[in-house]
Design a protein around this ligand. Structure first.
Ligand SMILES: *[C@@H]1O[C@H](CO)[C@@H](O)[C@H](O)[C@H]1NC(C)=O
Ligand SMILES: *[C@@H]1O[C@H](CO)[C@@H](O)[C@H](O)[C@H]1NC(C)=O
Ligand SMILES: *[C@@H]1O[C@H](CO)[C@@H](O)[C@H](O)[C@H]1NC(C)=O
Length: 587
């Protein structure tokens, strides 16, 4: 017998909403709470999905989710790169509040062996739901740090942040997880090491020649040391590729490394098996499963079944494989009879990566009509993402909502559905989406949203609800490559500050309700309320700044440099290697 009945869950939640109380306040309704399935894609552009208007890429499973549920058209990430966006998603707070933003060029964690990460005193929705009796699982990418002081203290590990089951990559997919693809990071470092090697080799050679020809006097010590240094530099540069693959591209189950380095052709099926068996194992109790997909980040590892099948090259193939994976995970929910008791969400951590392309073509996503992309805190293309919610029988089907909402809103939303309370001892920036999704509220609870790039406020939006206008004010914008409209080709990502950024005084003003592509900045001549709108948004920014307080920076230099003693390694360091993971059985 199932301990939960769908009609019961529907009734109690609805009654709870009508009475304005949380489900947990109406006596013992622990049986009424939905399962929560959160699906997040990586670097996935809003222009790459059928239901958001793409007619040539096939995403039938995501489209079906939207047909059966509610689609948000103005769903916005709190940051335009992985680490800070995910920190905000899990905590419901702007990433600046947890120190998960950079003030130097490094905007995401660059290695697993660094000490930066999501601070232990931050509260994730998983932690709250776990306390409320939910089985909580994270499958896929983490990218929010791992260790603080040793290679296995796991202070930032998902199991230390409210998840009781973890399977996936503590780090992230990246170009050089596959040997043939040099990431910017590795290419830059190899170049520096090679220059150092050449200088050292030249020094050693000159000193040796001097000694042998008796042109220089003194001891052999400098000759020996410079030769050793040259050999070490050569070895480091030579083995770096191997080292990086082993250092960062590995899988863990809970606290144990299961595959280092990863065998990518198996990864998608391993993730699917893990997700299905999690659902199967926990079907008799409420669960929260966050599937943080490795798709569609470069290097776009795609199985043979999908290679060459889409109309959009390797990127399109990878998107179609991801859609298939989403469909299979939803199937696992269906076959266990949980569809109507599961609150499902699909999103992406930020916009598509326009600069990711090579001779094979575009390798990053497409952000539709929106300007800019990944790495740009202000322009819509970097932050506008899909947002689809399904809970059959409770949420309307086939509905579209055009109100501004944030990825941070998922925090209070799932906490409310799970019968928990949001923490009262800190600022929570997200607002529950439940009233909006159910049609009980006409407007989003956000009048203003702030758009950061690293620690810099690049832009802010104001939803003028009574007039239906959506204003966006830009204080800083990245300087685009002259030939590539809307991207910073040659730089990897656009910068947040410094030379590559233009400060606007007066700021740029757009009306997104009429100009969603941010094509025509308004002027006092074209918009009579120009000055009034800029002043009002400026006031809101000042108010927002008053709510910020300094916290330890997780991206300080000492927190982002690689420390060998923090490097997780199965086997002998530095040749970390361990075998094939057992595929979990579905019992
Ligand atoms: C669909 O997605 C592909 C791949 O990103 C893109 O090249 C194409 O322009 C998109 N089509 C539309 C109509 O948005
Ligand atoms: C992970 O650890 C939790 C206990 O913390 C346990 O319940 C779960 O079964 C573990 N998962 C695996 C796959 O070992
Ligand atoms: C976490 O700890 C840091 C440093 O001790 C502190 O600045 C910050 O306010 C704390 N955060 C919360 C949410 O309590």
């Amino acid at each position: 017998m199932l301990p939960r009945e769908h009609s019961w869950s529907w009734l109690t939640v609805t009654v709870g909403m009508l009475l304005g109380v949380r489900p947990s306040a109406c006596g013992d309704l622990s049986g009424a709470r939905p399962n929560i399935l959160l699906l997040m894609a990586d670097d996935f552009g809003i222009g790459d999905i059928g239901c958001y208007g793409n007619n040539s890429i096939r995403t039938p499973n995501i489209d079906r989710l939207a047909e059966d549920g509610v689609m948000l058209t103005q769903h916005v990430a709190a940051a335009s790169v992985c680490t800070p966006s995910r920190a905000a998603f899990l905590t419901g707070r702007y990433p600046l509040r947890s120190g998960m933003v950079s003030s130097n060029g490094y905007r995401v964690l660059q290695w697993t062996g660094v000490s930066g990460g999501l601070p232990t005193n931050e509260t994730t929705f998983a932690k709250i739901l776990k306390d409320k009796g939910y089985a909580t699982g994270l499958i896929g990418k983490w990218h929010l740090g791992l260790n603080c002081e040793s290679s296995n203290d796991h202070c930032h590990h998902p199991l230390n942040h409210g998840f009781d089951h973890f399977y996936g990559m503590p780090f992230s997919m990246m170009g050089d997880c596959i040997h043939w693809e040099l990431s910017e990071k590795r290419a830059g470092m190899e170049h520096k090491l090679n220059v150092c090697f050449q200088i050292m080799a030249f020094t050693a050679l000159t000193l040796t020649t001097g000694k042998l020809t008796h042109l220089t006097s003194g001891s052999w010590t400098p000759v020996i040391w410079s030769t050793i240094a040259a050999i070490l530099l050569f070895m480091t540069s030579y083995f770096m590729g191997v080292l990086i693959v082993h250092a960062d591209c590995f899988l863990m189950r809970n606290h144990t490394i299961t595959e280092q380095p990863m065998h990518f052709q198996r990864t998608t099926s391993l993730i699917l098996k893990e997700a299905s068996s999690f659902v199967q194992r926990n079907k008799h109790r409420p669960f929260l499963l966050f599937v943080s997909l490795l798709h569609v980040h470069i290097p776009l590892v795609t199985t043979k079944q999908f290679l060459g099948k889409s109309q959009h090259g390797l990127y399109g193939d990878n998107v179609e494989e991801m859609d298939w994976l989403v469909g299979e995970i939803l199937k696992a929910v269906d076959v266990n009879g949980l569809k109507n008791m599961t609150f499902t969400y699909f999103t992406s951590d930020h916009g598509g990566h326009l600069e990711a392309r090579d001779e094979r073509g575009q390798l990053g996503g497409w952000n539709g009509i929106f300007r800019g992309g990944k790495g740009m805190g202000g322009w819509e293309g970097g932050i506008r993402v899909p947002g689809i919610f399904r809970w059959p029988g409770v949420l309307p089907a086939g509905q579209m909502i055009h109100e501004p909402t944030s990825l941070m809103d998922v925090f209070p939303t799932v906490v409310q559905l799970g019968g928990g309370n949001v923490p009262q001892d800190r600022v929570i920036d997200g607002r529950s989406l439940v009233p909006l999704l159910q049609g009980a509220a006409e407007h989003s609870a956000h009048e203003f949203l702030f758009h950061y790039c690293g620690k810099y406020l690049h832009a802010a939006r104001w939803h003028e609800q009574d007039r239906g206008r959506l204003w966006k004010v830009h204080y800083m914008t990245p300087q685009f490559h002259p030939k590539g409209a809307g991207a910073c080709y040659g730089r990897g990502l656009c910068p947040c500050s410094g030379d590559g950024v233009t400060q606007h005084s007066p700021p740029l003003l757009f009306d997104l309700s009429r100009d969603p592509s941010e094509a025509e900045p308004l002027s006092p001549g074209s918009e009579p309320r120009y000055h009034a709108v800029i002043a009002l948004v400026g006031e809101a920014v000042d108010q927002h700044r008053k709510t910020l307080s300094p916290v330890p920076p997780q991206f300080s230099l000492s927190n982002i440099i690689w420390k060998p003693w923090l490097q997780p390694c199965c086997g002998t360091f530095p040749l970390c290697a361990c075998g094939q993971d057992e595929v979990p059985s579905e019992t």
